[in-house]
Design a protein around this ligand. Structure first.
Ligand code: ATP
Ligand code: MG
Length: 257
C-alpha cells in the first residue's frame, strides 16, 4: 500500500534482448514499473521502444532475461508454463496490436468467446455480446465475419471481447490506432470505467495523444527504461463508474477542495 493505493503489478529490473553476440538488441534495460488497482495507466514511447515486448512479458507470453514481475502478488517469472497459462486465463486480458479475431466465427460469436469458454449459456453469452457491440456502433455487423470489417471495426470487436472476459488486468496495445477520434474516445470511456474498480486495472499502450487525458498516470518508456511517470490530477475520484460518454474526458476536471 502506498498513498492509499494498492499495488496490483510490480516490475523490477526487467531486461530483455533479442539476437546473439554483436547483433544483440537490448530492448528493455531495467524496467521498473508499478501499476495500482483502480487505475488506467498509459504506456507511451517511440515506435520500437519495447512497449509490446514489455506487455508480452507482463502477460507471461515471453520470458524476461532478468528481473522480477509480480502480478497480484504472484511472481510470474517463477511460474511453470502451465501455471502461467492458468494464471493468464484467470486474471489477464489482452487487446493485441493485431486483433487476433477468429475468421470462421461471426462478430458476435468472436466477442462472446470468453463467456462461452467460461461456460455461459450460448443465448445469454450472445445476448450480452450483442448489447456491448451495439453500444460501440457494431449493432449492424453482429452476424458478419471479421474479414468483412474495416480495421477500426475489427479493433472494436477485439475490445468488446476483452471487456466481456472481465479480467483483473486488461492490457491493450494501441486500442485506438485504427479508430476515428469520436470512437476512440468512446472506447477509452469504456476502458476507463472498467479500470475504476478496486479489483481491476488497465494498461493502455499508445502513441495516440488524443487519448492522453484518459490516463491516471502516463509512463514514458525511452531507451529501454521508464524515463518518467506523469501523474494526472485525481479528476476521476469523484466521477461515477456509470458516467455516460460525452465530453470524452477532454473537458477540464472539476476539483472539490
Ligand atoms: N521476436 C523478436 N525478435 C527479434 N527482435 C524483436 C522481437 N520482438 C521485438 N523485437 C525488437 O524489439 C524492439 C522493440 O519492439 P516492440 O514491438 O516491443 O516495440 P514497440 O514499442 O511496441 O513499437 P511500436 O510502437 O511500433 O508497436 C524492436 O527493435 C523490435 O525489432
Ligand atoms: Mg508495439
Amino acid at each position: 500500500m502506498e498513498d492509499g493505493r494498492e499495488l496490483a503489478v510490480s516490475l523490477r529490473g526487467v531486461t530483455k534482448g533479442f539476437g546473439e553476440g554483436s547483433a544483440r538488441n537490448l530492448v528493455l534495460r531495467g524496467v521498473d514499473l508499478d501499476v495500482y488497482y483502480g487505475e488506467l495507466l498509459l504506456l507511451v514511447g517511440p515506435s520500437g521502444s519495447g512497449k509490446t515486448t514489455l506487455m508480452t512479458i507482463l502477460g507471461g507470453m515471453l520470458d524476461a532475461d532478468e528481473g522480477q514481475l509480480a502480478i497480484f502478488g504472484s511472481p510470474i517469472e517463477r511460474m511453470k508454463e502451465w501455471q502461467k497459462t492458468e494464471f493468464r486465463r484467470n486474471n489477464l486480458g489482452f487487446v493485441f496490436q493485431q486483433f487476433n479475431l477468429i475468421p470462421t466465427l461471426s462478430v458476435v460469436e468472436n466477442a462472446a468467446v470468453p463467456l462461452l469458454i467460461k461456460g455461459e449459456r450460448r443465448k445469454k453469452a450472445l445476448g450480452q455480446a450483442s448489447e456491448l457491440l451495439d453500444t460501440i456502433g457494431l449493432g449492424k455487423q453482429l452476424t458478419m465475419h471479421p474479414t468483412r470489417l474495416s480495421g477500426g471495426q475489427q479493433q472494436r470487436v477485439a475490445i468488446a471481447r476483452a471487456l466481456l472476459a472481465d479480467p483483473k488486468l486488461l492490457i491493450c496495445d494501441e486500442p485506438t490506432a485504427s479508430l476515428d477520434g469520436e470512437t476512440g474516445k468512446q472506447i477509452m470511456e469504456l476502458l476507463r470505467s472498467r479500470a475504476m474498480s478496486r479489483e481491476r486495472c488497465v494498461i493502455v499502450v499508445t502513441h495516440d495523444n488524443r487519448i492522453f487525458s484518459y490516463g491516471d498516470r502516463i509512463a514514458r518508456i525511452l531507451d529501454g527504461r521508464i524515463a518518467g511517470i506523469e501523474e494526472k490530477k485525481p479528476e476521476r475520484a469523484s466521477a461515477t463508474p456509470d458516467k455516460q460518454s460525452g465530453d470524452g474526458g477532454s473537458s477540464p476536471p472539476v476539483h472539490k477542495e
